[in-house]
Design a protein around this ligand. Structure first.
Ligand SMILES: Cc1ncc(COP(=O)(O)O)c(C=O)c1O
Length: 452
């Protein structure tokens, strides 16, 4: 063995790969979940030592303590927040990608990986009906994608009009919390528009709010292409008209919902997307890829590059003639986090993606129908995508919380409460084509004492 400060026996690598193989085959344990600091610290607190605890002991901490104290978002019974449902192909490949150690910030470092990632971005651009000029980059998550897109939007707008005293963006009151976080980072105001009863921002309502707020200060309209809490898709065509009329940038937050572009039957929901200036979609949500990745795409990639990129003398040797992903978002070093999506797409084909999305939507409809038929449970909303909101009429808020926690602990179902129109309700968001409606309805039957 060469002299190295970090000796590591091949058997230790085997141990890790064996566990990885089993985990990918079996999936996560639905009974796993967060543990308290008090439970974790006695085990993990002393794990960094001067001499090291060795490969076996360190990996045992991972398998026996770290993994069991995390939420099993990839399990088919995990129906809260926006979970994740990575394909086995994508998960397996991700392990290899880690081993390959590719620097994908610029072409010099990661040409092949970047070219392959761009195939996946091209697929998404084609689904949106965008021209050859479209392009972008995979960033860590939707928050960073929204920030990078909206920075490009303001940069673009600032080249057309005089800078106002305060910039503002306009979005639905149902916009994801990341939009407000981005506005804080950018130090811009947020003009919110009240959505309709289904949580959808209409073009007319947005127009009225824009006119009232003063369009001169606004640089972008942010449309929901799948609002997180209620699944609503805004009136994208109406928003595109509005953006066109006032010379504004239209950004679509499709972190969750734009995955449904892959299903031809769902595509009409996004009518008007062809006129948007940018969108994001997170493959780690509903495009069957592992954490973490967000596809950020500009209809005109040059507008993204005009706003981003870093210059430094030590970077002068980087080949600027080629496509450098670091020029399209707020980052420099990056892993080729779009490659697990590329690999899974290449393996299974895009039709399989369309079918998986269609199946997830069908599962949602089946569950919603079952809930609607339950006595004592009010179905409040079934989105066109995969969010369901409902309320058991006989339960108090603390009882709802207790019920949710009991099912989380037993591993039967992760179904947590949210708030809708001022009251606590249960929310399901299904992104896993392996979710079994009968199993879910069986658990929900305990809300009323009836097993379905
Ligand atoms: C619609 C929407 N936008 C943005 C985000 C933020 O994405 P991320 O958590 O990947 O930063 C989320 C996360 O759930 C989301 O649902």
């Amino acid at each position: 063995m060469t002299d190295t400060p970090f000796p590591f026996a091949p058997q230790a690598t085997d141990t890790i790969l064996d566990w990885t193989r089993a985990r990918i085959a079996d999936g996560p344990d639905p009974k796993h979940g967060a543990q308290s600091f008090a439970a974790l610290d006695p085990v993990l607190g002393g794990s960094i030592t001067a001499g090291g605890i060795g490969a076996d002991a360190a990996f045992r901490l991972f398998t026996d303590t770290i993994v069991p104290s995390t939420r099993p978002f990839g399990h088919p019974t995990s129906l809260s927040f926006v979970a994740s449902a990575p394909s086995r192909a994508a998960l397996s490949f991700d392990a290899a990608l880690g081993a390959a150690g590719i620097f994908a910030g610029n072409w010099d470092g990661g040409a092949g990986a970047i070219h392959a990632e761009n195939q996946a971005l091209r697929w998404l651009s084609d689904l949106a009906g965008w021209p050859d000029s479209a392009g972008g980059v995979f960033v860590a998550g939707g928050t960073l994608g929204n920030l990078s897109a909206l920075h490009a939007a303001r940069d673009w707008r600032a080249r057309q009009v005089d800078r106002p005293a305060r910039w503002a963006l306009l979005c639905s009151a149902e916009a994801h919390s990341s939009i407000k976080a981005v506005a804080r980072v950018m130090d811009v105001d947020v003009i919110t528009v009240d959505p309709d009863a289904q949580g959808r921002m209409g073009g007319d309502a947005a127009r009225a709010a824009l006119t009232q707020a003063g369009p001169e200060r606004v640089f972008a309209i942010v449309g929901n292409a799948g609002a997180t809490n209620c699944g609503a898709v805004d009136d994208i065509a109406g928003l595109a008209d509005l953006a066109e009329d006032f010379g504004l940038w239209l950004h679509l937050d499709g972190a969750y919902g734009l995955a449904a572009l892959a299903d031809p039957a769902a595509r009409p929901l996004f009518q008007g997307i062809e006129w948007a200036h940018s969108f994001i979609v997170d493959p780690h949500k509903w495009l069957f890829a592992p954490y973490d990745s967000c596809a950020l795409i500009y209809r005109d990639a040059a507008a993204g590059a005009a706003a981003h990129g870093q210059q430094a003398v030590y970077l002068d040797t980087v080949d600027k003639a080629h496509f450098n992903p670091s020029d399209y978002a707020i980052h420099l070093t990056r892993r080729a986090r779009g490659l697990p999506l590329w690999y899974s797409l290449a393996v299974h084909g895009t039709d399989a993606y369309g079918q998986a999305i269609a199946r997830t939507r069908a599962i949602t409809q089946d569950i919603a129908k079952g809930i609607d038929a339950m006595p004592g449970v009010e179905l409040l909303l079934t989105s066109d995508l995969t969010v369901i909101l409902f309320r058991p009429s006989g339960m108090s808020e603390p009882e709802m919380e207790t019920w949710a926690e009991a099912n989380r602990r037993s591993g039967a179902l992760l179904c947590l409460p949210t708030r809708w129109r001022g009251q606590m309700v249960f929310r399901l968001c299904i992104v896993n084509p392996e979710t079994d409606p009968a199993q879910v309805l069986g658990v929900l039957g305990s809300l009323t004492g009836d097993d379905v």
